[in-house]
Design a protein around this ligand. Sequence first.
Ligand code: 5GP
Ligand code: ZN
Length: 113
Amino acid sequence: MTGDCLFCKIVAKELDSETIHESDSVLAFQDINPAAPTHILVIPKKHVASAADLGGDDGPLLAEIFETIGKLAKDSGVDSYRVVTNVGSDAGQTVHHLHFHLIGGRSMSWPPG
Ligand code: 5GP
Ligand code: ZN
C-alpha cells in the first residue's frame, strides 16, 4: 500500500468498489465511469505505478492478470473487446497504480484519440 494511492485503498477495502473477482494477487472491479457496456479494471494488488515499472519477476502476475481478463470477458458475454493500459499522463493515465481496462460491448474505432 502506498500512502495516497486510490487503487491501493480499494485493495485495502478502505474505499468501496464493485468487486467482480479477487485472488491473493489480483483484483477486478467495475470502472466507476464506464466507457462501454463492459468496463472492468483488473489490477495487481501490490502497488506498481504503471506497466513501465514491471520487472522480470512479474511474469506470473501478468499471466494471472491476462487469464483473469479472458475469463471475465467470457463471463461478461463479450468475445470482441479491448485491453488497454495507459502509461503516463499524455496517454491518459490518471490513476498511478497499474490497471488494465477490459472494455467491450460496443464497436470501437482505431486509432484511439
Ligand atoms: P486511467 O485514466 O488511469 O487509464 O484509468 C483510470 C480509471 O479508473 C478510469 O476509467 C476511471 O473511471 C476509474 N476510476 C477512477 N476512480 C475510481 C474509483 O474510485 N472507483 C472505480 N471503480 N474506478 C475509478
Ligand atoms: Zn497503489
